[in-house]
Design a protein around this ligand. Sequence first.
Ligand SMILES: [Zn+2]
Length: 299
Amino acid sequence: MEKDSDADAFLVAAIRSGDQRAWKQLIDRYSGRLLAFARTRLRGVGEAEDALQETFLGFLTSLPHYDPERSLETYLFAIVRYKIGEALEKKRRGGAPAPGFDADESSRPLEPAVSETPSQSVMHRERVARQEHVIATLLRGLIESFRDRGKLEDLQVIELLFYVGLRNKEAADLLGRDEKAIAGVKFRALGTLREMLDQLEAEDRGLLDEVVSSDATIARVWRERRLSCLKRSTIGSFLLGVLDEPWQSYTAFHLDVVKCEMCLANRDDLAAEAAEASDAAVPERMFQSSVGFLSTGSR
Ligand SMILES: [Zn+2]
């Protein structure tokens, strides 16, 4: 539930100035989990690795637009998701891909962060961004209140209702809890949200009126900001079975019940790492194929 945002911001600043070592470091840090994620969607030989290469090139191309306030990991996952979509679309259309140079693809501007609102005005985009920020702040406050009270089993309830979109009864069945207990958790969570809402500026409260009823927006903000995702080290401890409760149960829930794709990719990557899989050479290949774009691509 935390991000290494300072370290990432430092890394990105170095990459922007053309620092090759920083670029290698970013590739080393993120190749494994992005590749594991791509492999869940692209099963042909080499397809996932191609998507990974496109992801790093796309990152360099879009670097001028990258907002360091955003989580680097989330941004990279957005790009790889986009690249996987492109690869699947190509396969769906069938036939061999149109001839061209590798660099043609990677020199195209890419802005996955704003792809959902391509034609809207800047003002509208800013308003949406502000709304999402306010929603994220409220949800994060709620999630932290569960964590601080050691009530992760109640977080499971809220995650199923708000994020996965289940009904009370479905959540009760899945968690083996009483439906009344589920309703109680939801009632208290809404109370907590209302208290936090009352402390917001009137202007921000107004912003929320339009979206607060939209479950889809809440689920999307939750997913995109990875509000209840686990630290990589927590997933590592989980795999080793050395995590204390309630974290062990919560991690199992987030992986196996919610099936969070990004945390599953992290888990698969960690598992492969533990098994000393032969992917050790992947980051070096990624570096060699992208370093040429570093100085031109990043400014
Ligand atoms: Zn997650």
